[in-house]
Ligand binder design. Sequence first.
Ligand code: MGD
Ligand code: MGD
Ligand code: SF4
Ligand code: MO
Length: 686
Amino acid sequence: MTDAIQVVRGACPHDCPDTCALLTTVENGRATKVQGNPAHPMTDGVLCTKVSRYAERTYHPERVLQPLKRVGPKGSGQFEPVSWDAALDDIAKRLQAIAARDPQAILPYSYAGTMGLVQGESISARFFHQLGASLLDRTICASAGAEGLTQTLGNKVGMKVQFFAESKLIVIWGSNSIGSNLHFWRIAQEAKRNGARLVCIDPRKTETADKCHEHIALKPGTDAALALAVMHELITHGWLDQDYIDQHTLGWADLRERALQWPPERAAEVCGVPIEQIRQLARDWGTTKPAAIRLNYGMQRVRGGGNAVRAVACLPALTGAWRHRAGGLLMSSSGHFPVRRTALQRPDLLGERRPRTINMSTIGDDLLREASAAFGPKIEALVVYNSNPVAVAPESGKVVQGFAREDLFTVVLEHFKTDTADMADYILPATTQLEHWDIHTTYGHTDVLLNRPAIAPVGGARTNTDIFRALAARMGFDDACFADTDEQLCRMAIGDEKDFEVLLQHGFASLPVPDAPFAQGGFPTPSGRCEFFSQRLADMGQDGLPDHVPNYELASGQGPYPLAMISPPARNFLNSTFVNVQSLRDIEAEPVLEMHPEDAAARGIADGAVVRVFNGRGSYHCKARLNQRARPGVVNGLGVWWRKLGLNGTNVNELTSQHLTDMGRAPVFYDCLVEVALLQKEDAHG
Ligand SMILES: Nc1nc2c(c(=O)[nH]1)N[C@H]1C(S)=C(S)[C@@H](COP(=O)(O)OP(=O)(O)OC[C@H]3O[C@@H](n4cnc5c(=O)[nH]c(N)nc54)[C@H](O)[C@@H]3O)O[C@H]1N2
Ligand SMILES: Nc1nc2c(c(=O)[nH]1)N[C@H]1C(S)=C(S)[C@@H](COP(=O)(O)OP(=O)(O)OC[C@H]3O[C@@H](n4cnc5c(=O)[nH]c(N)nc54)[C@H](O)[C@@H]3O)O[C@H]1N2
Ligand code: SF4
Ligand SMILES: [Mo]
């Protein structure tokens, strides 16, 4: 019996900064347990609750295990099983017919359902490049922050995460570490035990805020104002490292002038926080060494998200925090990895063609657009993989209307009948992380991980790569690159043969990143300095300096929608993944809206009441949860539920808009005004 037990090394595929190393126990060909690898320092043998249920998800009774073809009306969720050959032949024929008119009418739609370089964008990208399909601007998560960080530091680079353990001040800015970056929280706790002060900056009083020494509950979208006021105090109190500023930054005189326009009194008004809290934050930042900021993506999902990240990213250079390995800032480490994207994705297969680019964050509007000179052809076919846009994209009323078009041909590669798969013409069953090869970089630490298949594909599931290889063959794409195996793709993704041998042996390897990468400056910007002023932004007609850019939707005290809604992740889901895993859904129980008791009382809403959250874009039913986690004037709609598992077949994105951020063309999920009312019997279906 013991002979039949194996433990296989892998990597967590999810869009999470921790990128844990997995150990999967396989008994007689069946995965029985998924655990954290104790040998991997960042994972330290611990997984989050979600992924420790990965076997439950893999063998879920509702998993799609054979190709399905739509038989009912669009969106009815009625399908019949068909053979792989029948499905692939028909899909290839349909795509070929559209491509003969204009391949740009075909749009791939994918995101980070798996963060793997191989099952993400490798053969799939080659396929769409060879076809000449529209390109996809993958903006739905992080592109505003990434752009802001890049315009300031030069790339998505920063501190090494393990050195936060030695910091004496940690500012957790726009992130709920306990919920979404658990392994960083472990490091922050170690620092706390060693005497570090922890400050959390978040409109919501999260589990993380509960455990920090200070919580600054600012209004959503006001982080740049707060950061500018901190600079004001650093200047007026002389808490600057003038030598670091002179040698390693660009645009100080201009930034100084800008910051002097932001006394704490002004920022307190804009941010809705006490003046003394701002002064204290500046004092902490200006006088504690080493001091570090864990910046995350929560704060860049508003109109001024790029500017906000720029403003915060200036703070470590002002005090010379970068001099110490436990000082500086970390938002994303992904720019440290020398990934061979060109080899994996082969953009050269486009030849002379330059297809248009569609922004994934405005898929609602774009699916409803007619052909025009400016837009190009109407979108006639969508191929969706590693994403659930009907649930996660903003303004879902429009997204659903777009997917419901009878003249749209939609193929969805999935594990489950998600809200998006329900709208498909074909659902193709894809393998999970336990069933395929992959290689993983990360945005929260600096290790590369290899994922080996632990079990054979369940049922008739096939890997994303295999599905695109099979389609390529049917479309007559004969370039040799379509024959690359997954193992070959892993080998070419990053590093050399020697590196790959290390991965085969240990499952992970660390990048050679210096301990204090910017102690002597050397930022990867055009000037080599930390760019307070960005000429590149100025050349694009934008403000070259960071500034506070107010939200699109600002509560004025009047108007039909007086409450600001943010919709941060639910701890036991990963975006919309895991919502259908019963044991995890049981913990989250039902869709909730956190409200401050004052806002609820003004509307006659009691704790646990079913409410209608609405604005001009739509309405969403959920349960009101009254507590101090919500600040007055702000409501928190937690998690991206599957629409069909919600109370009225919608989720929070019924309310969010398709406006885009100041930089990076990203969505503004947390820049959204709503009103809340007790649900009356007559609007139970409204
Ligand atoms: N459990 C779990 N973990 C996840 C995810 C998940 O869905 N569930 N999602 C993953 C993904 S895709 C990502 S991108 C990462 C990063 O995910 P993040 O977007 O960083 O998510 P959170 O850590 O929840 O941090 C968001 C926090 O920002 C706060 N916030 C909202 N608006 C503002 C604002 O204007 N200013 C400030 N300062 N804070 C604001 C929210 O209240 C929330 O607590 O997390 C990943 N990890
Ligand atoms: N209101 C609101 N909306 C949000 C957010 C928010 O905070 N508030 N967060 C936004 C953010 S940060 C992000 S990143 C996006 C996330 O949006 P998505 O990237 O769409 O993420 P998921 O919802 O997790 O959906 C991923 C899907 O990929 C599938 N999948 C996983 N692995 C594989 C595979 O190997 N092959 C195939 N074919 N499929 C696979 C999963 O089953 C799952 O259904 O949502 C955004 N939407
Ligand atoms: S979701 Fe994040 S914390 Fe959970 S196992 Fe994956 S990488 Fe680790
Ligand atoms: Mo994300």
